[in-house]
Design a protein around this ligand. Structure first.
Ligand SMILES: C[S@@+](CC[C@H](N)C(=O)[O-])C[C@H]1O[C@@H](n2cnc3c(N)ncnc32)[C@H](O)[C@@H]1O
Length: 185
């Protein structure tokens, strides 16, 4: 278990390693835009129309960018076209994690990588996992599909052959577990 540097600091470290053409899946309202290195050519994928409008406004300031409508399970972009795919707090929400990870692989150029920071399921047998499972059905409705009990790390290991991830526990009452790292096909 790694010491939790804080969500924002963790994102800043991971995102600072990006270069070239980057696809951000579930880009939301563009919270990560300010953290991207200046020379990144960024494409944001976002399925929800209203969020996408906010994303387009946020992305308009400055860098080369493209905002695309779509889901991670069916990325409407060519194969082998990105140096990296970025995902922060998105893989909890996709409808089909296996399909999404296969699509991420497909759009990566040879030598490309997935960079991720995700909250994940608590350890088996823990009270927190029981609670995550209990609230998952409601949470999926009120928080756009987010399943707090989803165990994302095994799916990343199954989809990618070279995975380097750190595990964190956020401080506070709930002690939410996170994983952050990179995965290469
Ligand atoms: C918790 S927000 C995170 C937003 C952003 N990544 C961030 O870190 O600020 C989850 C995002 O995933 C998007 N999302 C939900 N289902 C998705 C899917 N199947 N494919 C891609 N994005 C999805 C939501 O619309 C939302 O913008």
């Amino acid at each position: 278990m790694n010491e939790w540097p804080g969500y924002q600091a963790c994102k800043r470290t991971l995102i600072s390693t990006l270069s070239g053409k980057v696809l951000e899946i579930g880009a939301g309202k563009g919270a990560n835009l300010a953290l991207l290195p200046a020379d990144v050519a960024w494409t944001g994928l976002e399925p929800h129309a209203r969020t996408r409008r906010a994303l387009t406004r946020a992305a308009a300031a400055g860098r080369e960018h493209q905002v695309v409508a779509g889901r991670a399970e069916a990325i409407p972009l060519p194969s082998a076209s990105f140096d990296a795919v970025l995902s922060t707090a998105v893989l909890c929400s996709v409808d089909d994690l296996t399909e999404a990870l296969a699509e991420i692989r497909r759009v990566l150029k040879p030598g490309g990588r997935l960079v991720f920071l995700e909250h994940v399921a608590a350890p088996p047998g823990s009270a927190l996992l029981r609670m995550q499972r209990l609230i998952a059905p409601i949470n999926r409705i009120v928080d756009r599909g987010c399943d707090p009990s989803r165990d994302i790390a095994p799916a990343i290991h199954a989809a990618f052959s070279d995975v380097a991830l750190d595990r964190y526990t956020a401080p506070g009452l709930l002690k939410i577990p996170f994983i952050g790292g990179t995965a290469r096909p």
